[in-house]
Design a protein around this ligand. Structure first.
Ligand code: ZN
Length: 410
């Protein structure tokens, strides 16, 4: 058995060497909750050891963020200073790397007016548009991963004592990040190869439409023209391979924004910026949500749909077998990074250009014509279960089973 310290070192190594794949002379920007400073210190040391030129750190305090939502005047909520934008764009221009340690308290924005949150999100989305685009068109390497915080751990394991909560959540993170294996780097190489095989198979089949059937779900998703099935192992234009999410279990592609019809029901709660949305369903017609219901948090679901035109349609469709490392833990993490990798999911909002073959050849208008959905939001939600069947319809009209009872059918 490895000691906790050994696992922590390996997690930090995996972050720097595999997920971000830091290169000699590269800049790295880390953003994290102040509670995770210990982990950031460790990662910073590893980054310099791997050859990083400079590591910038931006700590946030969720309490200050909450106070801002409560107290700031509207003009304060929408003001994003140029120097904040420049900080991102300078690192983008130099082909740097970005690490986000993502560990939100699932309830931290409870009771805040969703309109004020949306106002702030829209302003940030607009200001950081170039940085967001750089994330998906291969200009930068980036990674989103999680480290326990007290409130998050308490939400996942309410019945354990405080110390045990953090320890148990670490244990689950190590387990799902394959740190518990003898050689995590080799385990990841094999896992990514397995996922790539699934993506290759789906690409070979030339599927144009997916049919989803499950209790509360009867959904048809047309796929974008020239779409590509991908795994979450990306490559920058300079050829640096990186993992945008740690852990990752998904194979995903681009839906056609105008060809989504039917009803879909969530199978896990969605934690949207500290607000829980539970047991919800969306009805689509010609690619747009025309009706939504939620047992809890319906107002937050509506505020997502109102972010812009694009959050009324889909930008991603992802397949994750119900029998997988994260899913088998049978836990709700209240953290989209983990929950989306435990379940088939789809995302409202922006599509990823890497899901179109040779996307750089096309103008934004041409991409839209092919089915690309543009938005400042990208909100994944979970629709997988052991009851989910998915059939694909190939371009030449054949129907092929893709998922049966929540698992791969091939
Ligand atoms: Zn996804």
């Amino acid at each position: 058995m490895k000691s906790f310290q050994k696992k922590l070192e390996e997690y930090a190594d995996l972050t720097i060497k595999v997920a971000l794949n830091i290169q000699e002379g590269q800049k790295l920007r880390i953003s994290a909750d102040i509670e995770n400073a210990d982990f950031v210190e460790l990662v910073t040391r590893k980054a310099y050891e791997a050859g990083a030129k400079k590591v910038y750190t931006d700590f946030n305090d969720p309490i200050i963020q909450r106070i801002t939502y409560e107290k700031a005047p509207e003009e304060g909520l929408v003001e994003i200073s140029d120097w904040q934008v420049n900080m991102f764009e300078e690192i983008v221009d130099e082909g740097g790397a970005f690490l986000k340690v993502y560990a939100p308290d699932p309830d931290f924005l409870e009771g805040i007016d969703p309109e004020r949150i949306a106002l702030n999100r829209r302003a940030i989305g607009k200001a950081l548009n170039r940085y967001k685009k750089a994330q998906t068109n291969g200009d930068i390497s980036w990674c989103l991963l999680s480290v326990p915080t007290k409130k998050w751990a308490a939400k996942v394991f309410p019945d354990l004592g405080t110390d045990m909560q953090i320890e148990t959540l670490w244990d689950k993170i190590f387990y799902t990040s394959r740190i518990n294996t003898d050689d995590p780097v080799t385990s990841w190489k094999k896992h990514l190869r397995d996922l790539q095989e699934k993506a290759n198979h789906l690409n070979d089949k030339n599927i144009s439409v997916l049919h989803y059937k499950a209790p509360g779900t009867n959904l048809t998703i047309g796929l974008a023209d020239d779409h590509l099935w991908k795994t979450a192992q990306f490559t920058t234009k300079k050829g640096i391979q990186f993992l945008p999410n740690l852990p990752t279990e998904e194979v995903f592609t681009m839906p056609h924004k105008d060809k989504i019809n039917g009803i879909v029901t969530s199978t896990k709660p969605l934690n949207y910026d500290g607000n829980l949305i539970e047991n919800f369903s969306l009805t689509f017609e010609n690619g747009k949500v025309i009706d939504c219901r939620a047992e809890k948090g319906e107002e937050h679901l509506k505020s997502i749909l109102d972010i812009d035109d694009g959050t009324r349609s889909l930008g991603e469709v992802a397949l994750v077998p119900h029998d997988s490392l994260i899913s088998n833990l049978n836990l709700i993490f209240f953290n989209t990074l983990f929950d989306e990798n435990a379940s088939c999911h789809i995302a409202l909002g922006n599509a990823l250009s890497l899901n179109i073959k040779d996307a750089e050849k096309y103008s934004q208008e041409e991409l839209a014509e092919m089915g690309f959905n543009e938005s400042i939001g990208h909100i994944d939600f979970m629709i997988g279960s052991s009851n989910l069947d998915i059939d694909g319809e190939t371009r030449d009209g054949k129907s092929i089973p893709i998922f049966r009872n929540g698992g791969w059918a091939f």
